[in-house]
Design a protein around this ligand. Structure first.
Ligand code: GRG
Length: 293
């Protein structure tokens, strides 16, 4: 199957599962369920769930066993986008090509929508089938640690506190290790765990996720500079406009491109212990690097 077909097929499986995992709009109170569905079914790339499913497959597991964690990851990711777009945070009007959640449902409802999506992530994750090495306790601990104040929220704190300041490369990397790389790494880890992965292979996927996650962020920052709002589905040039520290602003555009390529190569090297079963993950990493061009 081509990568394009693979991405479309896995995204469709995730969307169908997500539909089943989310409360229906007619369930009361209807507004919050409509807002949750608005945020989730807005056409995201489903990158985290796809990485989760691909990692399960690379470790000899079944896609069906990894669907619950895959959806939980997308729910946590979507919550972070809804809250990040709020006026008190990044203050954005456009996300995934549509008005942001608070623009449609109001700020109070968007706060609650993010809270509900985060809570729903754990309801869904708790449905994951335990295997020999990993039980529901391990799955929950993995995602909770990633969503907490040491990772996702910690990264957002460093981001907020860095606003208007000139950051060093080290400080910038620290933010994105916590924000972007942590959730991508956990996506791979959770998928692999459903396949009863060995500790050695889990470690290899952790290194892969770290490098892939940072490469993804470098490219995201480059795209913010070189692409249009229409293509991005979010406000282009926003980082520059609010004087936010980004890879291009700290390293320059050329050095950022080289950094993305270096990180992608490091990600590929990390995959070696998984052998040829990791070819889909390699393809995904290359695809993410090339989305710039
Ligand atoms: C806890 C509020 C809060 C925030 C945590 C992750 C995060 C920090 C904020 C989200 C906004 C942001 C700029 C994150 C960086 C990672 C990133 C590039 C997200 C966009 O991911 P894509 O491109 O989006 O996969 P789609 O829409 O395709 O799912």
């Amino acid at each position: 199957m081509s990568l394009k077909a693979y991405l479309a097929a896995r995204a469709a499986e995730v969307n169908a599962a997500m539909d089943g995992f989310l409360p229906k709009v007619k369930e009361r109170p209807a507004t919050i369920h409509a807002a949750m569905r608005y945020a989730v079914f807005a056409g995201g790339k489903r990158l985290r769930p796809v990485l989760c499913l691909a990692a399960a497959e690379a470790c000899g597991g079944e896609v069906s066993d990894a669907l619950a964690p895959a959806c939980a990851l997308e729910l946590m990711h979507t919550y972070s986008l809804v809250h990040d777009d709020l006026p008190a945070m990044d203050d954005d009007d456009l996300r995934r090509g549509r008005p942001t959640c608070h623009k449609v449902y109001g700020e109070g409802m968007a706060v609650l929508c993010g809270d509900a999506l985060l809570t729903q992530a754990f309801i869904v994750l708790a449905k994951t089938r335990p295997c020999k090495r990993y039980g529901v306790r391990e799955y929950i601990a993995e995602l909770a640690e990633t969503g907490g104040s040491r990772k996702l929220i910690g990264g957002q704190v460093m981001d907020l506190e860095g606003e208007g300041k000139k950051l060093t490369k080290r400080e910038l990397v620290r933010i994105h290790e916590a924000k972007t790389a942590a959730l991508l790494t956990t996506s791979l880890r959770l998928g692999a765990m459903t396949a009863n992965v060995t500790p050695a292979k889990l470690e290899a996927l952790t290194k892969f996720g770290y490098n892939l996650g940072l490469a993804f962020q470098v490219i995201d920052d480059i795209l913010d500079v070189i692409q249009s709002t229409e293509v991005l589905g979010k406000t282009a040039g926003k980082d520059l406009a609010v004087e936010k520290a980004t890879y291009p602003s700290v390293l320059g555009l050329d050095a950022s491109r080289k950094e993305a390529a270096r990180l992608t190569a490091a990600a590929m090297t990390a995959l070696k212990p998984l052998g040829c079963k990791a070819s889909r993950l390699e393809e995904l990493a290359n695809y993410l690097l090339k989305r710039e061009y």
